[in-house]
Structure formats: structure tokens, C-alpha cells
Design a protein around this ligand. Sequence first.
Ligand code: 5GP
Ligand code: MN
Length: 353
Amino acid sequence: MIQDAIERIISPELIEQARAIIDRSQKIVITTHMSPDGDAVGSALALANYLRKKGKQANVVFNDTPGDNLRFIPGSRSELVFDNQRDGTPDTHEQAIQAIHEAECFICTDLNAPTRMGDMHKEVMANGAPKIIIDHHLEPDEAAFDVIISHPEASAACEVLYTFILQMGDDSLIDQQIATQLYCGMMTDTGQFIYSSSRPQVYMIVARLLQEGFDKEKLHRDLVLEPERRTRLKGYVLQQKVQILPASKAAYFSLNKAELKRFNHQKGDSEGFVNMPLDIYGIQVSAYFREEKNFVKVSLRSKGEFPVNLVAQKFYNGGGHRNAAGGEFFGTLQQAELLFVKAMQLFANYLEK
Ligand code: 5GP
Ligand code: MN
């Protein structure tokens, strides 16, 4: 069996600690990071479905609604949302608060620190119930969680979650929907198996999930479908907005509120744009600055050794992985951009020759 070849990467002590908490909890709340991406949504939904099959009352509470671009993940619009964005989805704020208050334990996927949950983290942390994380980010907040299942070597939180279910002895509970949700997280966090996916283990898990018979090719096709306004915005960014810093081997661009309005930008519309300049010969670092209500959302990407997580930490109140990081900047778009130009000079020694 494929399962037998899959490495049990989670320490047995952590599995038993998590099992003890889950066994004595009936009402379980699952949370993930704000502005959830495919891995956040896939892992939270798959975990909820798994726990429901174990007879638990499991609720996923998203801080904010998953973007329209994640609609292809089955169940992505069926869960509770803490902060409804008046985007046409039902307002479930009161139910979200109630579920958080009543939770007997929390399991947080694809996040390493409470603040990554967004505004809802205060409600969650105010409930003293045990908290488990299942994640693949660096430097989990050890003080904030009771059981920390953290594997930065993993391609996605969904990979860690599959291994968790396997090590819980529950591989047989994986059904077609759970397999699809787990696959979606791995497919999206790796950019369709380009990044962070060189470990053979990734494909053994994919092989196991494919045994459930979901339509893998359709998921990949649906993933890249986009509304016309996004295609147009992409053209505008590439044609008119991308700035190149040749000496720093970097590129950056920004979108202000007026531009976002002009293109009728909806949540998720510019997801992934920050990767585009990395396709230009010689470019190793890319940055995207988006003007929000009262801050600038910063997205950073790099190739090779350049640590954008350090840039995010030092300059933009953020963090992340070496090659994908982000943060929030409290100032103007222009200040955020100038800071990037300076940061690239300071970090020049990390660039590959
Ligand atoms: P994205 O650019 O897709 O929003 O984020 C890429 C990665 O950067 C995320 O997976 C996350 O690890 C990290 N990240 C993004 N925004 C923030 C932030 O505001 N704070 C921290 N600590 N990390 C962030
Ligand atoms: Mn992830």
C-alpha cells in the first residue's frame, strides 16, 4: 500500500498530545490565517470534514471570506466567517463568535502565530481551551499554542495534515471530498508543484489522495480561470506599473485605491501577480504594494537564497518564508516603495551573482 511508504514525520508524542485533546473535546473550532489562500482553505475544510467523520461538532471559522478565485475548492463558501466583507456572502459573525466561545479546543492550520488569524485572534485567544497548530511556517509562536505540529520542510499545511490523519490511524476516513481539499492546498501552495515540492514524499501523498478518484485535471484548469477584469489588470500592471531596479536585480509595482477601483478589483483578483516579474531574466526579488483602507499590503517573492521574510520582518511588520513573505506597512504607497528600494540596497549581499 502507498500509505506504508509515506514517512511518519510527526513525532508520536505530539500525535498523542493532540489525540488526548481531540478525544475529550466535542465542539472543535478550526481557524486559519486571514485572507485565506488555497492551502488555508483546503486544510481547514479537510480537517473539519475529517473531525465530523469522527463524530465531532467541528466548525471552521474564517477571519474573512475566501476569495472568489478559490471557489473551485469544494465547500469553500459553506463555513462561518468572523468578519463579513459585505461581499454578498451571508453574515455569520454572531454564529462565528458563538462557536469560538463554546469551543472546547482549537486547531489552527497554516498559521504560526495568533495575529495571523486577523481580528478574530482576540476572541480565540480569550478562550483558554487548548490550541493545536498544524502548519509549515517557520518559527511557530511556542507560547501561544499547546501542541505545535510544525513542519517547514513540508510543501503545504495540507501535506502535514494528511500525515497527521495517517498517523492518527485514520487514513481510511479520507474520502473524495477530503482528498480533493488536501490536494487543492498542495497544488496551490506549490504553484502547481513547481515550488517547495522536491521531496518524493509530496508525490506519495498525491498518489494516495488520487486513489479517491477526484478530477485532478479539472482542478488545475479551474485554478487558472479568471474573470476578464483580472486579465485586464494583469496587462495594465505588466505594461505600465512594473519598475525594474537593475542593480538590485529586483522589480516592484503598486496599485493605489483609484486603480483598484478602475479595474473593479475584488478580493483575490491580484493574487499571484507578485510572482510575474520573477519571470524576467535576471530578476531575483519582486514586491507588490497594494493600497488598503488604512495600510499598505505588502507581498514579497524571491528566487534562490534571498530572504524576503527578513525584509518583511524588518520593514513591513510581517514575515513569512524565505521566498514568499508579506506584511502591512502603515504609511503611503510611495514610502513603502522607497523603503523597498533602500531595503534592496541593504540586503544586496544575499543576491546571487
Ligand atoms: P502573500 O504575499 O501571498 O500575501 O503572503 C505570502 C506569505 O507571506 C504568506 O504565506 C505568509 O507566510 C506571509 N505573510 C503575508 N502577509 C503577512 C503578514 O502580514 N504578516 C506575516 N507575519 N506574514 C505574512
Ligand atoms: Mn501554506
